[in-house]
Write a protein that binds this ligand. Structure first.
Ligand code: ATP
Ligand code: MG
Length: 355
């Protein structure tokens, strides 16, 4: 049973993270009132470039003790390239969470919302509504490999793809479960016609897993044609699962088909809830608009809805989604990236009121 009491670690981070996170919290508080939930929010100021400036590292040594016991992490954005190189800020924060908290699912919805213009001609709300499930811990992004005879004309470079049965099966199981909860349809991204060892293995595990989900229909596409199909026929997809690399590509392509980066949410999830999962907007700290109060808070707010879904409160999550959609239908409540004039707080307050 899902508990109504939830301990949330709030990490605003850098740039517009500090502006959109309070709006996300505002809407979560509104949902708490409406649906009888009880949040305790603990705010942390590490995992930010300001913290780095003061301490020479992104997080305190005992960061895991500080947030490891929370039910989830509500995260804004990290990165301020003028002061800290992106690879330092990223490796020193988000990627630590992902690894130490075994967040092996990266989940990104791609849904075309009212008031948002898709770059795909002729597509309107209702035409695109999918979930992209990316394996987040192994696959193509192993650091195993090397370079021989560097700098000579005999130079050889290699990097291995690593797939384990545990790793593949657990991401597939998550995707099948999600497909079962939604439309009963799953698409698997593969490339077994070109990558002749690991991808056939992936396909094999999909077939094996399918036996235990007779109610889910599965189709598989090679990644090249799948990318094309996202653009040509995004309406054909519901839950799409891919390896680390293929999932990475699709989880940028999917949300790009649905308009603006300002509204796209994401989850880095440990489904068993052994460790806290992390929910954050897809966008970064956006230094170009930070401090102006004009950032779109919807990516953050939607991430809050995903967090509620993960913590076992689908009704409250749906309440937030409905509030986002109704707010987006009013042009006066849209932020600049959507062609409106509303500021961050106006948009956040409107969604909270709609909840
Ligand atoms: P990352 O930190 O993930 O590397 P990035 O630095 O490539 O991301 P963002 O910080 O997401 O990029 O910004 C990309 C562009 O999108 C910028 O022009 C930024 O102003 C705009 N943008 C990002 N988020 C928002 C938002 N919430 N509202 C309005 N515009 C946004
Ligand atoms: Mg950036």
């Amino acid at each position: 049973m899902a508990s109504n009491k939830m301990n949330i670690a709030v990490i605003p981070g850098d740039g517009i993270g500090k502006e959109v996170v309070p709006e996300g919290v505002r809407v979560l508080n509104a949902a708490a009132t409406k649906y009888g939930l009880d949040f305790n929010f603990d705010e942390f100021h590490f995992s930010s470039c300001d913290y780095y400036k003061q301490h020479g590292q992104m997080m305190p040594d005992n960061w895991k003790d500080q947030i490891g016991g929370h039910d989830a992490i509500f995260f804004g954005a990290v990165g301020w390239p003028d002061t800290v190189p992106d690879h330092v800020s990223l490796w020193g924060s988000l990627l630590q969470f992902r690894r130490e908290f075994d967040q092996y699912v990266s989940l990104r919805p791609a849904k075309l919302m009212p008031g948002v213009t898709s770059p795909l001609a002729g597509r309107g709300p209702g035409d695109i509504d999918m979930m992209i499930v990316r394996e987040n811990t192994e696959g193509e992004y192993s650091s195993i490999g090397g370079r021989m005879f560097p700098g000579t004309d005999r130079e050889i470079v290699m990097q291995e793809t690593v797939m384990s049965r545990v790793g593949v099966d657990r991401i597939l199981r998550y995707a099948f479960d999600l497909a079962r909860k939604r439309g009963g349809k799953l698409t698997s991204a593969t490339k077994s016609n070109g990558i002749s060892i690991t991808m056939p293995y992936w396909d094999e595990r999909v077939l094996e897993m399918q036996k235990t989900y007779p109610d889910v229909t599965v189709d598989k596409y090679h990644i090249d044609i799948l990318a094309a199909m996202f653009v040509l026929h995004p309406d054909r997809f519901d839950v799409v699962v891919g390896s680390n690399l293929f999932g990475d590509i699709l989880s940028d392509l999917g949300p790009a088909c649905t308009g603006t980066i300002g509204i796209a949410p994401s989850g880095n999830i440990n489904p068993e809830r052994k460790f806290p999962s992390l929910f954050e907007p897809v966008h970064g700290s956006a230094p170009d608009i930070a401090g102006k109060g004009i950032a779109n808070p919807i990516g953050q707010i939607w991430s809050g809805a995903m967090m509620l879904e993960h913590l076992g409160h689908p009704e409250a999550a749906q309440g937030i989604m409905t509030a986002i959609e109704s707010t987006l239908t009013d042009p006066a409540l849209r932020t600049g990236d959507l062609g409106g004039t509303a500021d961050t707080i106006t948009c956040g307050k409107a969604i909270a009121a709609a909840v």
